[in-house]
Design a protein around this ligand. Structure first.
Ligand SMILES: [Zn+2]
Ligand SMILES: [Zn+2]
Ligand SMILES: [Zn+2]
Ligand SMILES: [Zn+2]
Length: 318
């Protein structure tokens, strides 16, 4: 699972210590135990820590039961096993279907630090709760918030800001107010959803302003919303407003930015933002309804620290 993201992660300095810095691990540590518990290569010094022993020599992720091994005792994780076409990646022998029960028992008995330890997480867990925690760890890297394509880049916020600017050519703005024009020559084509992303930098934080067209039931709509580049509990410290209008009418949205932990799609599908029916959008655009010309003004502000921390995230669809 994690393999897919490894290439991107290694390009970001120190983002994931597990993946980025352990590639050169000697395979020797996996010689220590084989199926019947005898050492295979006694000349090789023992592994320095159990944690290293449980690191898959192929993908360097931690191994969880079922842990597999070849006839010569080389271990590998179950994800890697399914990818190596029955050949041991270390000795090229046929792999077969041998479990390494000894190592599985060791794995189950361990308490280990969160894998985002190097990113600042101080937590320590038994093997299985560690997996559960890591899926939700506040120190885990963020996914790239760019919505236009599947982008597998992950990293911390400064890394992702640079990535959006350099690799996705996203517009960057400073300041807490904005005035944005969206122009589209063929507003009838909602199907191939148009979308845009602009990044705002204010209060020492980064915010993603999304604008896009999609089909809401039978109705074509435009939607604008803000996502906060950080965790949900930090996002709650901010509010924003969006306003669009012309000819004496206007629509105003006021809300709390969602965290980029929530996928772009999830936010969109919960309708947590300014939604403009196409007819209204074309009315706001003026002219002959052949062109979409929307002016969206907005503001981001910092809320007083909320005492209770209670929050209600709308999810109207589920
Ligand atoms: Zn592996
Ligand atoms: Zn082998
Ligand atoms: Zn953690
Ligand atoms: Zn990206």
């Amino acid at each position: 699972m994690e393999l897919d993201g490894v290439e991107c992660m290694s390009s970001s300095d120190g983002i994931d210590e597990d993946d980025a810095t352990h590639h050169q691990h000697p395979f020797s540590k996996s010689h220590i135990i084989n199926g019947n518990g005898t050492p295979v290569s006694p000349a090789i010094p023992p592994a320095t820590s159990v944690h290293e022993l449980l690191e898959c020599p192929v993908c360097t992720n931690s191994m969880y039961p079922p842990i597999h091994q070849c006839h010569n005792g080389h271990t590998l994780c179950s994800t890697c096993k399914s990818r190596v076409h029955n050949r041991c990646p270390t000795c090229r022998q046929e792999l077969g279907d041998i479990r390494c029960l000894a190592l599985e028992k060791v794995a189950e008995s361990l308490e280990l630090p969160c894998k985002y330890f190097s990113l600042g997480c101080p937590e320590i867990f038994p093997y299985y709760s560690k997996l559960k925690h890591e899926a939700l760890c506040n120190f885990r890297p963020y996914n790239c918030p760019y919505a236009g394509s599947e982008c597998s880049v992950v990293g911390d916020i400064p890394f992702l800001v640079a990535h959006l600017r350099d690799d996705h050519k996203v517009d960057m703005h400073s300041g807490s107010t904005f005035n944005h024009r969206y122009v589209k020559s063929n507003p009838r084509e909602v199907e191939n959803a148009t979308w845009m992303l602009t990044v705002f930098n204010c209060f020492g934080q980064y915010f993603c302003l999304h604008f896009e067209a999609f089909q809401l039931g039978m109705a074509p709509v435009y939607m604008a919303f803000l996502r906060f580049m950080g965790d949900e509990n930090e996002a709650r410290n901010f509010s924003y407003s969006l306003e669009v209008g012309a000819n004496g009418r206007k629509l105003i949205w006021e809300g709390t930015p969602r965290s980029i932990r929530d996928s772009h799609r999830k936010v969109r599908d919960s309708h947590d933002g300014l939604i403009i029916q196409r007819n209204m959008a074309l009315f706001f655009s003026g002219g002959d309804r052949k062109e979409l010309k929307l002016r969206v003004t907005g503001r981001i502000w910092k809320e007083q620290q909320n005492p209770d921390g209670g929050v209600c995230i709308p999810n109207l669809c589920s």
